[in-house]
Write a protein that binds this ligand. Structure first.
Ligand code: NAD
Length: 246
């Protein structure tokens, strides 16, 4: 049994429930849980660290209470505005935070492969990302699709906010070499599919990851919380946790 005590926020949700099971499987104590209507401060006081898979609308309150009580944080929630992302980065100057759009080992390998493929294939290949999720998903595109576009943009010297084209509708004209397309499909109970397409004249490369269980994200997030124990303040991601950097 590890000494780590966790607070799970968004505990009644699909991910919250999977994380409670994953913590038990890794012998980590869930000291408290919070969902809509529960008081955060007393729940946080019982824990060393938080795993948050709730809503981006909860992030500001969570960050400020974690700063008050000096608790580390694993954030899995997606769909943040640029202002909310800025406040997470600011808090990471004081607290150790793991913030990842995806906690699965497979997707983090896809991130690595996407960077390598973009570097190898060069600027002649058109870049598109397609994601599919279950019908209940609220934000779009998925945080994972956003990370994939950010990797593509980073290698090509482009910017997510300026060069990403969200779907196409109407008389949009021919594709420009600079744009990165991203397309969100919603339906059924799909846990999460992501494909990165590199398309040139005469050939095409596609990298695909398909998640069939939320347990892969839940297991990864508990692993991240354990990895974070004793780390100095800073903004970490799952590539740090898995040692895929450098
Ligand atoms: P869900 O809707 O099933 O669960 C969200 C839970 O959070 C609900 O129980 C809801 O009541 C609770 N919640 C909402 N607002 C809250 C608040 N203000 N205070 C406390 N609790 C609040 O959603 P889900 O499928 O479990 O996903 C949750 C989040 O995790 C989403 O942002 C999703 O995109 C993200 N996600 C991330 C990964 C990853 O690997 N990073 C994987 C899957 C899902």
């Amino acid at each position: 049994m590890s000494d780590l005590k966790l607070l799970i926020t968004g505990s009644k949700g699909r991910m919250g429930q999977a994380i409670i099971r994953a913590a038990e499987a890794q012998n980590v104590t869930v000291a408290s849980t919070v969902d809509v209507g529960d008081a955060l401060a007393p729940a946080l006081a019982k824990a060393d660290s938080v795993i948050d898979f709730s809503s981006h609308l909860f992030t500001d309150e969570l960050l400020s209470e974690c700063l008050n009580q000096k608790k580390s944080l694993v954030i899995g929630t997606t769909g943040h505005t640029n202002e909310e992302l800025g406040r997470i980065r600011e808090a990471a100057k004081t607290l150790p935070i793991v913030f990842a759009s995806n906690y699965s080992i497979g997707v983090n390998t896809l991130f690595w492969l996407t960077r390598k493929a973009t570097e190898l294939l060069g600027p002649d290949f058109d870049l598109e990302v397609v994601e599919m999720h279950h019908r209940m998903k609220k934000d779009s595109p998925s945080g994972t699709a956003r990370t994939l576009v950010e990797i593509l943009a980073d290698v090509r010297g482009l910017e997510y906010d300026k060069d990403c084209k969200h779907g196409r509708f109407g008389d949009v004209g021919a594709r420009t070499p600079k744009e990165i397309g991203v397309h969100a499909i919603r339906g059924g109970d799909v846990v999460g599919d992501h494909t990165v397409i590199f398309a040139n004249v005469g050939e095409r490369v596609e990298l695909t990851h398909k998640a069939s269980s939320r347990d892969t994200f839940a297991t990864g997030s508990v692993r991240a919380a354990r990895w974070l124990e004793g780390k100095p303040a800073g903004m970490y991601d799952m590539q740090d946790v898995l040692g895929l950097k450098g």
